[in-house]
Design a protein around this ligand. Structure first.
Ligand SMILES: [Zn+2]
Length: 190
């Protein structure tokens, strides 16, 4: 059985620590790929990587609500493999019979699901820090709908999901990077 098959099986069984440990072996077995630009290729501590992967399996952005439940699960697996350092054709291994969401390419779908996972992870961390408000800012490349979300403050509970469900990217096919949030730290609250 290939590495990608074994790692996928562990992920399917919900055993992220084993999938992570085996992926480290896989990475040692491969020469460094110069094309690889994934920020996840750098070494982050195992416990942090495992925690982040748990959010990949919680990510199900409304922007991708056109995907079937089955396809969402396949995409989560593909994103998890990417974060574990797999690349190229290996990322398509879980995408058997994947209908996708035209006009978006599968790599774009991976990015959008990954962005949503990061959003869920960041939001949980900010809440734990006691942050009540966030400020949105434009990524610089926004569709008309996402541009309206920029430069606003939201209660963290009410902040629109990232990527925005109202984003026009699927209609237009033009990539939109949307808005991001930063915490509002109000020193006058004390
Ligand atoms: Zn947008």
């Amino acid at each position: 059985m290939s590495f990608v098959e074994q790692v996928t099986n562990f992920l399917l069984a919900g055993d992220i620590p084993k999938a992570h440990a085996l992926s480290e072996e896989y990475q040692k077995s491969k020469p460094v790929d110069p094309r690889r630009t994934s920020p996840f290729a750098i070494n982050i501590p195992a416990d942090q990587a495992i925690k982040s992967l748990q959010f990949v399996f919680k990510a199900n952005p409304k922007k991708l609500s056109g995907l079937s439940n089955e396809d969402v699960k396949k995409l989560q697996l593909s994103v998890a493999l990417q974060r574990l350092g797999f690349y190229g054709a290996d990322l398509d291994y879980p995408l058997n019979d994947f209908a996708g969401l035209p006009p978006l390419k599968n790599q774009r779908l991976r990015i959008l699901l990954s962005v949503n996972a990061k959003h869920l992870e960041d939001t949980q961390a900010l809440k734990r820090m006691g942050i009540a408000k966030v400020q949105s800012f434009s990524s610089g490349v926004c569709c008309e709908s996402c541009a309206k979300l920029a430069d606003r403050q939201f209660n963290i509970e009410d902040a629109p999901e990232i990527p925005s469900p109202d984003c026009l990217e699927l209609k237009s096919g033009t990539v939109c990077h949307g808005v991001l949030y930063k915490p509002v730290i109000n020193f006058d609250d004390e």
